[in-house]
Design a protein around this ligand. Structure first.
Ligand code: FAD
Ligand code: DLZ
Ligand code: SF4
Length: 536
């Protein structure tokens, strides 16, 4: 297996029931986010005796009503993947969503395919979501043949390896996991030490975007005939879902995704670090890579992306703060959240550490709010099914945290709106990093911030109805009072957290009259949010 480092040994393949290998007729079932030529279930595949199977099914489009761009992206990528395998000589059985016999479920379609081809065995790879793994336990009974579930080896740290790393540790901190992964992969290491003498360049990666800076264009991949057919299907079937389908230009093949990564490395990676945390009105991409959609369905390989970025640094084409910042996101955060997900599910998905219960305001769906920052992020997401990390964390996530929105509703929103959303990566980011609902497992402190942070990192506030410098007046920025109210509500919980002691002390030192005014303004804002027609 190329590229994959299964630190501490990978989990063995799981066999449901007895294996009765027939040298003929094995069905290789590839799920929609398993579109990698080196996926475990295609290892040892032989075009002479194996049939590859993919299915578009209603259940997967509906367990949450995904953004239409996500469905179109995935169906198009699946259909292109099938064509590539056919070109290699494989027999590929591909069931389309509008196939009249389609049962609508992965298990149902697999059972039909097993019957159709009279296969003796099914080989698949472990899914990315607990929900689907649960479902897979029934597949053998449904199909009447052995189903082999192979470990998904596309991650840099295998599930078992993460469990070994986590075993016996009191707290699981991304930073220590990341350093371990750097040592184990050798990425950005020199003679056993981190390149540049430091593990972390975050302090240099928090610049505000200067006015007038030239932003490199992002490559567009115009729809071909396969994508156009998918777009017509999705337009007809999913018009009621959140988000717009027009202007589809995502890469849908491994070759196009590789081109997109090359373009990022050549044109945006050098400045990625400096403006990693910046936000700008009407500029959704800045210097970000936009590779998550391709990475998460298998069109790109994570370790390969890291190695290509490292090569740019070694060639002098990108500075260390940028390359370290980029590699940290993939080798560190992406692998860490996936490890946490499989270590803690299914219990993780029920955590609500801050006892948040407020309903999600309607403007998360419409973008109709006078708060310029939220309006920007939500309308951009409607259009592109994408927002960059600081927008997700410090705008929509921060507001949800401060306003005490129900984690189930917030999780669902994040799963619906982003093209790169799969539960293994969405859940720890939302429930953990953004909402701090996981008892501090993903982040040691809540990412709570007032309007001052958004003003420092963006130019949103200049065009806002609200005044970011005011906290209590009728047009005061809602983030300000909600921030202090959040600290006050959770004062007892946070006083013992060394990373939260400063705001807690700040709250306690505040004159009583100011505290009262802030809490009154927050109470009014929260009352607005409780209304059916919440408008802020
Ligand atoms: P870049 O900024 O260019 O970063 C490079 C890559 O690093 C990304 O493509 C991604 O694969 C990885 N990465 C960066 N940050 C994270 C992170 N926190 N966790 C995991 N991987 C990371 N990412 C998803 O892929 N799917 C999700 O459903 C998702 N939901 C999120 C929800 C919230 C509340 C937050 C705060 C973050 C979420 N992220 C999610 C992480 C991150 O926002 C996206 O990966 C990133 O914005 C994708 O854009 P990009 O490819 O341009 O990333
Ligand atoms: C997200 C998605 C959608 C919308 N549709 C399909 C589909 O029709 N067929 C399929 O095999 N996979 C789909 N997926 C991706 C699955 O939801 C994904 O494989 C699981 O969430 C496991 O990670
Ligand atoms: Fe957002 Fe407040 Fe700034 Fe308006 S003033 S853009 S609500 S942070």
């Amino acid at each position: 297996m190329k590229n994959v480092l299964h630190v501490g040994g990978s989990a063995p393949s799981t066999y449901i029931g007895a294996m009765k290998h027939s040298r003929k007729s094995r069905l290789r079932f590839i799920l929609g986010d398993q579109l990698s030529r080196d996926i475990a279930s295609l290892r040892d595949a032989n075009p002479a005796i194996d049939i590859v199977f993919l299915a578009e099914v209603a259940e997967e489009t509906a367990y949450v009503p995904h953004h239409p761009k996500k469905i179109a992206f995935l169906f198009s990528a699946m259909r292109h993947f099938a064509e590539d395998l056919r070109a290699e000589g494989f027999t590929v059985d591909y069931v389309k969503l509008d196939d009249r016999q389609n049962t609508g479920s992965l298990g149902g379609e697999l059972a039909r395919a097993v019957k159709r081809h009279a296969v003796a065995t099914v080989i698949t790879s472990a899914p990315g979501e607990f929900r689907v793994l649960d479902d897979m336990q029934h597949w053998e009974k449904m199909c009447g043949v052995p189903v082999e579930i192979r470990d998904d080896t596309r991650f840099i740290c295998g599930r078992q390896a993460f469990r070994t790393w986590a075993g016996g540790r009191r707290g699981l901190r991304m930073e220590f996991f990341y350093r371990d992964m750097r040592r184990r992969t050798g990425l950005l290491m020199e003679d056993g030490e981190p390149a540049g003498g430091r593990w972390n360049f975050d302090a240099e990666n928090r610049k505000r975007l200067p006015a007038g800076i030239r932003l490199p264009p992002v490559p567009r991949f115009e729809p071909d005939a396969i994508t156009r057919a998918v777009l017509a299907l999705v337009a007809a079937r999913f018009a009621g879902h959140f988000g717009r389908l027009d202007d589809f230009a995502l890469p849908v093949t491994a070759a196009d995704a590789a081109h997109a990564l090359d373009d990022f490395i050549a044109n945006r990676l050098p400045a990625f670090g400096d403006w990693q945390d910046a936000m700008a009105a009407d500029e959704p991409h800045l210097f970000h890579s936009l590779i998550s959609t391709s990475l998460n369905c298998g069109l790109l390989d994570p370790l390969d992306a890291c190695r290509r970025a490292e090569a740019a640094w070694r060639a002098g084409a990108a500075p260390l703060n940028a390359v370290e910042g980029f590699i940290r996101q993939i080798l560190g955060w992406r692998e860490f959240v996936r490890g946490i997900y499989w270590l803690r599910m299914p219990e993780y998905g029920t955590r609500n550490g801050l006892a948040a219960t407020r309903r999600l305001p309607e403007f998360y769906w419409t973008g109709e709010t006078r708060m310029a920052c939220l309006r920007q992020v939500i309308t951009q997401t409607q259009a592109s099914a994408h927002a960059h990390h600081i927008q997700r964390l410090m705008v929509t996530g921060n507001f949800a945290l401060l306003a005490g929105l129900d984690p189930d509703a917030v999780d669902e929103w994040y799963m619906i709106v982003f093209a790169d959303a799969y539960e293994w990566v969405e859940l720890p980011n939302t429930r953990g990093m953004a909402l701090h609902a996981d008892h501090g497992e993903v982040g040691s402190k809540p990412y709570a911030a007032s309007g001052a942070y958004i003003n420092r990192m963006s130019n949103y506030c200049g065009g806002c109805h609200y005044d970011v410098a005011d906290a209590t007046g009728p047009r005061a920025c809602p983030f300000n009072a909600l921030y202090w109210d959040f600290i006050a509500r959770h004062e007892k919980r946070f006083e013992a957290n060394p990373r939260m002691s400063m705001p807690v002390r700040g709250w306690r030192k505040m004159p009583a009259a100011k505290q009262t005014a802030l809490r009154a303004r927050a109470a009014w804002l929260l009352e607005q949010l409780n209304r059916e027609d919440a408008s802020l």
